[in-house]
Design a protein around this ligand. Structure first.
Ligand code: FAD
Length: 391
């Protein structure tokens, strides 16, 4: 149909149900009208456009997976496709949604009691409350399981948290941050809902970032932060349940990486048609067409992979290694694609106004967060060989 993206060369969009397809077109329209015109300036100023939150909520972007918050019946394929549509216009907006919907809400949905789900998920689904996910620490990134140092000590019905977190997206303004901490008595990782304003809990924005500048990432310090037992996630018994959350979000980051490729590719195709050298549009040169065809190959292969990993999620047979392969592969293709697109714009490829420089920069963060390529490939390597190279 005419509503297909040109970059959707094989018509993968037809995999969506009519309702999902309609929803993805509404999302595309919202992103074009409300986000594309402002994204570059917000990125340049490293500010977050909070006015887009209600619109994203109305489009069902927050918690589409969970019965408390889903606006219509939907599949993992649609949720992935939505990440593509978000990433295609602004990777920071996709990341904001990934933190709120994927990391924070999924932690509460998977780890929370029925009361916690009822308390937090509906207002988060409406975008009235914003969440964050605090796993990474200054001294542990890839080694976030064994290396996690933040401690939780129980005193009656209160837990006392001490430690530090780094890189936590949305945390500067989040109403609630899921803090992962090690129970000193048991040695296992537990999850805690820490509300904004709790004494001893401070966030400091990470300045001078050169990727995903719209996303507000924070350093957090936890200095004797007291949390009620009622705000501990009771279904989290160890890092194993944290991995269940990451399995879902990694697959969506793979889709986000497809969106980044599509956004950069569209800008490069447009530019190649307009830019004249040697008296002809550069699009007429064989080497330029080769680059564009290679980008389209990367996009098409990435979508096919993501589509299957989402179908596996819908069928309940997606493992950590399947999500890891998709994330590692799609982000590697993304890095190649955005570099080729950058190159096709010549000098203008490094200027924000020409539509590729932002994708080029943002891709670097998408490549490294939610597990670097190395760590995701090591998860696959463990599945291949039966031997873990990192524990
Ligand atoms: P390191 O772990 O120090 O890795 C450095 C390099 O060493 C990498 O290339 C890595 O692949 C390699 N390496 C490490 N160990 C091995 C090994 N065993 N074998 C081979 N190579 C290895 N975290 C959160 O908890 N919440 C968030 O909301 C969040 N948002 C983020 C947003 C952005 C923009 C960024 C950049 C990060 C965010 N993170 C967040 C943190 C992110 O998940 C980590 O940056 C990521 O896991 C990598 O950790 P690290 O940066 O400490 O790198």
């Amino acid at each position: 149909g005419t509503d297909r993206l040109a970059a959707d060369f094989y018509g993968f969009q037809d995999e969506l149900t009519p309702v999902e397809r309609e929803a993805s077109l509404r999302l595309r329209d919202f992103m074009e009208r409300e986000v594309r015109p402002i994204a570059t300036d917000y990125w340049d100023r490293a500010e977050f456009p909070s006015q887009i939150i209600p619109g994203l909520a109305d489009l069902g972007m927050f918690g589409a997976m969970w019965p408390e918050t889903q606006r219509f019946e939907n599949s993992a394929v649609w949720r992935g496709w939505a990440a593509l549509e978000l990433g295609r216009v602004d990777p920071s907006t996709a990341t904001f949604v990934g933190v709120q919907s994927g990391l924070a809400m999924s932690s509460i949905a998977i780890g929370g009691s029925p009361e916690q789900r009822a308390q937090w998920l509906p207002p988060m689904g409406r975008g009235e409350l914003i969440g964050a996910f605090g796993l990474t620490e200054p001294l542990s990134g890839s080694d976030s399981s064994k290396g996690l140092r933040t401690t939780a000590e129980r005193h009656g019905d209160t837990w006392v948290l001490n430690g530090a977190k780094r890189w936590i997206g949305n945390a500067t303004f989040a109403d609630v941050v899921v803090i992962w901490a090690r129970d000193v008595a048991e040695g296992q990782v537990k999850g805690f809902l820490v509300r904004r304003g709790t004494p001893g809990f401070t966030t400091t924005k990470i300045e001078r970032k050169q990727a995903l500048r719209i996303v507000q990432n924070a350093d957090i310090t936890l200095d004797g932060v007291r949390v009620d037992e009622a705000d501990r996630l009771p279904n989290i018994h160890s890092f194993r349940e944290v991995a269940l959350v990451l399995r879902l979000t990694r697959a969506e980051v793979a889709w986000q990486a497809v969106g980044v490729q599509v956004g950069a590719y569209e800008a490069a195709v447009r530019y190649a048609g307009e830019r004249q050298q040697f008296g002809r549009p550069i699009a007429s040169f064989q080497l330029v067409q080769d680059r564009l065809a290679s980008c389209l190959g990367n996009i098409t292969a990435s979508i096919a992979l993501c589509l299957q990993v989402s179908r596996m999620q819908d069928q309940g047979r997606q493992g950590d290694e399947h999500a890891a392969l998709a994330k590692g592969y799609a982000t590697t293709r993304m890095r190649e694609t955005v570099a080729w697109c950058r190159e096709l714009l010549g000098g203008n490829g490094i200027v924000l106004d020409h539509g590729v420089a932002k994708f080029f920069a943002d891709a670097e963060a998408v490549y490294s967060f939610e597990g670097t390529r190395d760590m995701n490939n090591l998860i696959v390597g463990r599945a291949i060989t039966g031997v873990s190279a990192f524990v």
